[in-house]
Design a protein around this ligand. Structure first.
Ligand SMILES: Cc1cn([C@H]2C[C@H](O)[C@@H](COP(=O)(O)OP(=O)(O)O[C@H]3O[C@@H](C)C(=O)[C@@H](O)[C@H]3O)O2)c(=O)[nH]c1=O
Length: 185
């Protein structure tokens, strides 16, 4: 029912759902609790966010600090994005490494961003709609971020549209680490 593509970052996977097509249209199963649980993905329904953006908007790189760390399932309902996850887990063998994905509403792929990762994306088409399912509620007091251009991420743009908050994020440095022992649950 799903094709799972592992990445070089342990725990971070790309999920391609089967598509059910007939003369009426298309059904896509974005979540299946039992199958996702077998992949280590559970409890990702504390907050669900649907975000519409213009082309060339870049959001991120964001994370939440303990005890409000978030895992996320990210998919695209319309349009497409260049999506990036950065491993900031303390003691991770892939600390500071990142993966890039092209999440596309035509491909229907879903990226699982585990707890302990920073996440961001560039919007590639106008009126793109991104859907996130999150394992923890939004907590502005626990927000953290990394400036988008401070790693060697191959963003396909030089001057993205950023929020004031994202423009002023600190560059990546090795004090940006998440200890998974300090999670709430
Ligand atoms: C992210 C978020 C925002 N909000 C509100 C706060 C604010 O008024 C408005 C916009 O917030 P922001 O500017 O922080 O939204 P944005 O820059 O889109 O932040 C998002 O970026 C991507 C890359 C992620 O991975 C998300 O988890 C989230 O951090 O939405 C929530 O209520 N819940 C949420 O989970």
């Amino acid at each position: 029912m799903y094709t799972i593509n592992k990445t070089k970052l342990p725990g971070c996977v790309e999920i391609i759902p089967n598509i059910f097509d007939d003369h009426r249209g298309t059904s896509i199963k974005l979540y299946h609790s039992e199958i996702f649980k077998s992949l280590g993905i559970k409890d990702v329904l504390k907050e669900v966010l649907c975000v519409k953006s213009h082309k060339n908007v870049l959001r991120g790189l964001h994370y939440q600090k303990p005890p409000f760390c978030q895992a996320k399932l990210v998919s695209c309902l319309r349009g497409s994005i260049f999506d990036v996850v950065v491993d900031i887990r303390e003691n991770s063998p892939t600390y500071g490494k990142f993966e890039c994905f092209h999440i596309d509403s035509k491909k229907n792929n879903i990226v699982y961003v585990p707890v302990g990762f920073a996440h961001g994306y560039l919007v590639l088409e106008d009126d793109t709609i991104v859907l996130y399912n999150m394992s923890e509620i939004y907590s502005p007091e626990h927000e953290g971020g990394i400036r988008w251009d401070s790693l060697s991420i191959p963003w396909p743009i030089k001057n993205p549209i950023l929020s004031d908050k994202d423009m002023n994020l600190p560059p990546f440095n090795d004090s940006i680490r998440i200890s998974l022992n300090k999670r709430k649950r």
